[in-house]
Write a protein that binds this ligand. Structure first.
Ligand code: PMP
Length: 367
């Protein structure tokens, strides 16, 4: 459900296309508003509730139960709720999974490069190029990684707007950065040794990171306590991001109430299709990615030049469409359509692009 704001004397619906922190369901935000003053029956706010209280333990339990149900996570996987973002996982993964200190990374863009840069501090990194084409989407050659502790993939590339469509079977553990597609499309958990994600796109507010790890990969190593997965298995080691966890639990309920991940994926396919099909037909806007490797959640696009892109961003903002700029490393435009974005938000974006085309290009031709 969109929010509304006054702009230029009119009430307009606002949508945020931010790549993260992303849009949250309005219903969830209204609900948590009440808990800001009194949470449960104790007369205290969720913000001042102890993470060791019985009431908060219910939140933690329910959060885990819901995530396990939504993603089909079996008992032989542990679910860890950490802080430090996906970025801290870039180093916790090589630190915790190292045996022979050789790791393989599929290079699909900015975030995968950042992940491998951190891994290089802990061992040797073998870089694998993806196989990517319009018809078959994106994959990699499973024979390219030999004698490594794990192979790392970024399932959805938030900046480049691409996604893996095929992950080959491997004997070594697969590690997946699912920061921008977790709960937005089905992920077969048992194909992976580790799946990690920052929460701030599809799970809840910033400050929370989830790590789903096959228990046999958790080693007792001599690491600082926070940095060791073993310290977090089935317990809260220290004070977690309580408010983010509380909100995430409500978001997961919201997803379950709406039919779970399958329903989210169906809707995400529909939303992205609305935008891609406009971009494919437009004479003025174009998509930066083609074919089956297109992301369902992050759509980079352009008018063809930076002035046009900036003009469209201003035009859209005046109409209540927020955060349509591309990532600072690549520029251009980008629309992120995470789970909380309704279909109406994708339709509204296309309407505003069409309006911009008419005002900017058609009316100029008539002068
Ligand atoms: N990986 C991916 C795919 C991302 O999109 C992001 C953030 N946009 C990160 C990692 C880094 O996440 P964080 O900011 O939570 O450290």
């Amino acid at each position: 459900m969109p929010r509304q704001t006054y702009r230029g004397g009119y009430i307009v619906s606002t949508y945020t296309y931010s790549a993260g922190p992303g849009m949250l369901p309005k219903e969830v935000m209204q609900e948590i508003q009440q808990h800001l003053l009194t949470f449960e029956y104790e007369g205290v706010s969720i913000l001042e509730t102890s993470h060791r209280s019985e009431a908060f333990q219910h939140v933690v339990d329910s959060l885990e139960v819901r995530l396990r149900r939504l993603m089909g996570i079996p008992r032989h996987y542990a679910v860890l709720w950490l802080q430090g973002g996906a970025t801290l996982q870039f180093s916790m993964i090589p630190m915790n999974l190292s045996r022979c200190n050789r790791f393989a990374y599929v290079d699909t863009g900015v975030w995968s490069k950042k992940a491998m840069e951190d891994a290089r501090r802990f061992g040797e990194v073998e870089v694998i190029q993806p196989i990517s084409d319009e018809a078959d989407g994106m994959s990699f050659d499973s024979r390219s990684a030999q004698d490594v502790d794990y192979l790392h993939v970024t399932l959805n590339n938030t900046i480049e707007g691409t996604r893996f469509t095929n992950i080959p079977e491997m004997d070594i553990p697969l590690v997946a950065d699912a920061s921008s597609n977790i709960l937005a499309e089905k992920i077969d958990v048992e194909r992976f040794g580790v799946i990690y994600a920052g929460a701030q796109k599809n799970i809840g507010p910033a400050g929370l990171t989830v790590v789903i790890i096959r228990r046999d990969l958790i080693q007792s190593l001599s690491l600082p306590s926070y940095l060791s997965y073993a310290s977090h298995e089935d317990k809260l080691l220290n004070t977690p991001a309580t408010f983010s966890m509380f909100t995430a639990e409500r978001v997961l309920k919201w997803i379950e109430d709406r039919g779970g991940v399958e329903a989210m994926e169906r809707l995400n396919r529909k939303k992205s299709e609305v935008v891609y099909s406009f971009l494919d037909r437009s004479n003025h806007f174009s998509s930066l990615v083609s074919g089956n490797r297109r992301s369902l959640t992050n759509i980079p696009f352009t008018t063809g030049d930076s002035e046009g892109d900036a003009a469209f961003q201003r035009f859209a903002l005046e109409r209540g469409l927020v955060e349509l700029g591309g990532h600072r490393s690549v520029g251009g435009l980008r629309a992120s359509l995470y789970n909380s974005m309704p279909l109406a938000g994708a339709v509204r974006l296309v309407d505003v692009m069409r309006e911009f085309e008419e005002e900017t290009y058609v009316s100029h031709q008539n002068i």
